[in-house]
Design a protein around this ligand. Sequence first.
Ligand SMILES: Cc1cc2nc3c(=O)[nH]c(=O)nc-3n(C[C@H](O)[C@H](O)[C@H](O)COP(=O)(O)OP(=O)(O)OC[C@H]3O[C@@H](n4cnc5c(N)ncnc54)[C@H](O)[C@@H]3O)c2cc1C
Length: 358
Amino acid sequence: MTISRGSTEGTGLWQSDVDLRRLCSFATAARARFFVALEQEDELPATLDEANDKDLPVLIMGGGSNMLLTENYPGLVVKIDLKGISVRADSSSADHVLLNAAAGENWHALVEYCLDNSFYGIENLALIPGSVGAAPVQNIGAYGVELSDVLVSVRYFDLRFQQVVQLSAQECQLAYRDSIFKQALKGSAVILSVCLRLAKKPDLKIAYPALQQALHDISDPSARDVFNAVCAVRRSKLPDPAVLGNAGSFFRNPVVSRTLYQTLLQQWPELPSYATDNPEKVKLPAAWLIERAGWKGKRHGDAGVHEQQALVLVNYGQATGLQILQLAKAVARSVQQQFNISLEPEVNVLPASAWQSV
Ligand SMILES: Cc1cc2nc3c(=O)[nH]c(=O)nc-3n(C[C@H](O)[C@H](O)[C@H](O)COP(=O)(O)OP(=O)(O)OC[C@H]3O[C@@H](n4cnc5c(N)ncnc54)[C@H](O)[C@@H]3O)c2cc1C
């Protein structure tokens, strides 16, 4: 690995031929032609200019916990390491605070920070791996809470116009595992910081069945109890990427027409479903479909479908990104054949064209 200082004044250390395996939770072998860790916001324009001058594509990376690299990256990987948390009063409500967090802060550490300081609203999102900056990209969610419940605004650097822009939560178009950053702004926004509105008094969301069960013995749970319960449930159900490579749920839960749902119910009366905002649409658990299609616990070499959670694909050690992708495609094909439902990846497959071409 060669290390050189970027030729443009003010940019961080550029490294070449960098192994990305340890930087991505799937732990598949892939290298970046160039890599830089961005610790200062004001270094970003020069870094991007330099990549542009060298005709290099740019990949923005946070914690690497929602990516599947299927080949070496031919350009510059910019790891967002911006740090800083600040809190101020919310002038519109004495019961809330506004918290700004830089994109490179660790999400789970932020959840702990909030709990320690009696700021409530994100305790259900404990133990989601990755960075604060990636949280709006897919509107992270778990156990009945989504980022959209607390997000006020996002500051990002627009690569097309070379300027910092602030979007309100509404302008971010947050939806189920989706946002403007996965759609219209895909590839042209570097998120710098987020602003969250958090409550000074807990308003616990504990309706989610697994959470209710975990809190069963506690008569008047606190936010800390909810946090602990979420951590315990997650640890019991999800593989730890430090032990077994994975990127959490590989597929999004499909949203289908009520007509298709009714047809499927005739053959599978036990098919679970969730209501959506649209009465004509129903969300189905992808894990159930994958399990019924016979994939739970299946293994192709070192690429596998997790034994306890069929929605999670895992790397048992030496699986390549392509092998994981081929397994994912095989799973999706069988769900399509059996249920006439198209599964789409929640994980960011790189390059994006690989999903269609496998
Ligand atoms: C065990 C496990 C459990 C998980 N559980 C959940 C869960 O319960 N709920 C959930 O929603 N997700 C879950 N995930 C997925 C993942 O943790 C989240 O999507 C997380 O927000 C990804 O953060 P990251 O920093 O690792 O993103 P990365 O993997 O680094 O990046 C993800 C995407 O965001 C882009 N990106 C990253 N940072 C920025 C930035 N600053 N500006 C612009 N674009 C950026 C990247 O280019 C990429 O497209 C889980 C993952 C694992 C491994």
